[in-house]
Design a protein around this ligand. Structure first.
Ligand SMILES: *[C@@H]1O[C@H](CO)[C@@H](O)[C@H](O)[C@H]1NC(C)=O
Length: 500
């Protein structure tokens, strides 16, 4: 999870920004005016510069963009970011390798959810995993594996892995009219290096098992490498909060490429023809852009040609995270990863509007207008690469326990250190959905609806996340939305009448 993009790139966060912001330190709460302009050091793939980039700095960069979009009259600023739409003649025809889902058919949209918090544990999704350690210093999977007896860690994690998702979840997802599932997995499912305390249990076997369930219920699967050696973003869901040591270490980058080749070799096989359709190279990298681009190009090669150039290419869609450089607002991707060298590439943008003090203060109408303003931008971006919104949430507060990191507070109620001050109480905003008022549920429904409508401007969407532990972060749960009615049982319906 987490998020992403500031408002896609911008406000977000979600995971990125969101995520980014989410997992990183509190953003200095001040308005854009006081944010420092921070320039990411650009280094080469062999330099060590990236490892020195702290999440806080990255957050500022992202927030600077977010604020660019949102300050003063929140939505008026969007105009400044009008993206130049390439003229049709400047777009080379995209080659279409034989894919397993009609991503090129604009009448067919991705509608899906991530199985967040399962193979990669997230504190805010299953707080009991960390709570039962009785150790406040255990804040991510790295400390989970290093700050308690190994046998205890294995017992707790194994129990979680074997029970948090089941075939019945997949059945329910299909019954809700969804067609895709995004499954995050961490590198430690494949190998752990010396001194890395991550627990390699049966995550890889479970991934293949879940893919089998999806095949049975007709769901397509996007596999997402969520955490790479060294951590590519510094968020807790990258494995180790506050550490960003992937890009600065060529060994770590190579290990990542190798894992992607292993996954492509597996899932390109014909036995997965009815299930696995896409492979995301890396979730939410927030680091040296040159290293990321070089990595994307090398990873593309081994994913598209997992058995070498003399064997047939893979039928998997290659999905790349936008690094919070959102194609809705930036031309950055227009000349990268393009045909004829790179075929069937999709850009994944993550949209969160809850990891920034300004964004949290948007009125509901402005928030809906913001989401809707993205629809034509996604459509324009889709002329260049297949554009998906692979993470977003109906939640419009950061009240979910631990969403900003374990044992941190929320900006919304001012309890997060560094936040600008209380907007309102977090009571009945997250946690147990049975406490939500009818009005609040209607608002969650409107946020769901606006984003679904907007995000179908591109090739579609995957909401974060399918489920959460009982009574935790239920405003983020698709399953609870169905149960309590803020999400319709048919995702093509617009019960609140919102059409962007
Ligand atoms: C780079 O990462 C590898 C593990 O992948 C580690 O063994 C090595 O010490 C790291 N190098 C540096 C300079 O940190």
């Amino acid at each position: 999870m987490k998020f992403s993009s500031l408002l896609t790139g911008a406000l977000m966060m979600g995971s990125a920004i969101a995520g980014a912001i989410t997992n990183t330190d509190a953003v200095p709460a001040d308005s854009s005016a006081s944010l420092d302009k921070v320039v990411l050091p650009i280094t080469t793939a062999n330099s060590r510069g990236a490892s020195a980039i702290e999440p806080k700095v990255i957050t500022k960069v992202i927030m600077d963009k977010a604020n660019d979009v949102l300050t003063s009259t929140p939505l008026a600023g969007l105009k400044r970011h009008r993206r130049r739409t390439p003229s049709t003649s400047s777009i080379e025809p995209r080659a279409l390798p034989p894919l397993r889902w009609p991503y090129a058919n604009s009448a067919v949209k991705i509608r899906g959810v991530s199985l967040g918090g399962w193979l990669v544990v997230e504190n805010f999704i299953t707080p009991s995993i960390y709570g039962q350690t009785n150790n406040p210093h255990i804040i991510d999977e790295w400390t989970f594996g290093s700050l308690q007896p190994r046998s205890t860690a294995i017992r707790i994690l194994q129990q979680h892995l074997n029970s948090f998702m089941s075939e019945d979840d997949i059945r329910q997802i299909a019954a809700a009219g969804l067609n895709h599932v995004r499954i995050p997995i961490g590198y430690w499912a494949f190998e752990v290096g010396n001194g890395e305390p991550f627990l390699k249990l049966n995550q890889w076997e479970l991934l293949k098992t879940a893919v089998g369930w999806c095949a049975k219920y007709g769901l397509k699967v996007l596999i997402d490498l969520h955490a790479a050696p060294g951590n590519q973003n510094g968020f807790d869901h990258g494995g180790r909060r506050g550490v960003n040591a992937w890009a600065g270490n060529a060994t770590n980058v190579q290990r990542t490429v190798n894992i992607l080749q292993t996954m492509s070799r597996e899932f390109s096989q014909p036995k997965y023809a009815s299930s696995v359709t896409a492979l995301e190279l890396l979730n939410e990298p927030v680091t040296d852009r040159n290293v990321v681009l070089d990595f994307y190009q090398r990873a593309y090669e081994v994913v598209r040609y997992p058995n070498g150039r003399s064997s047939p290419p893979s039928p998997l869609l290659v999905v790349v995270g936008d690094e919070f450089i959102n194609p809705a607002f930036s031309d950055y991707w227009n000349d990268k990863l393009r045909p004829p060298t790179y075929e069937a590439v999709s850009i994944d943008s993550h949209i969160y509007t809850i990891f920034d003090d300004n964004a949290l203060r948007l009125s509901s109408q402005d928030r809906i207008n913001y989401y809707c303003s993205l629809k034509p931008k996604w459509a324009a971006a889709n002329n260049v690469h297949w554009q998906m919104v692979g993470e977003w949430t109906p939640a419009f507060t950061d009240c979910a326990g631990g969403i900003n990191g374990r044992n941190r507070g929320s900006r919304y109620d001012g309890s997060l250190k560094g936040s600008r001050g209380r907007i309102n109480s977090c009571a009945q905003r997250s946690g147990d959905a049975s406490t939500f008022t009818a009005k609040y549920k209607r608002l969650l429904g409107s946020m769901w609806e606006a984003q679904v409508d907007a995000n179908e401007g591109g090739i579609g969407w995957l909401m974060w996340t399918w489920k959460t532990e009982a009574k935790a972060a239920e405003d983020w749960s698709y399953q609870k939305g169905l149960q309590y009615g803020w999400i319709p049982r048919d995702p093509t319906k617009r019960p609140n009448g919102i059409r962007c």
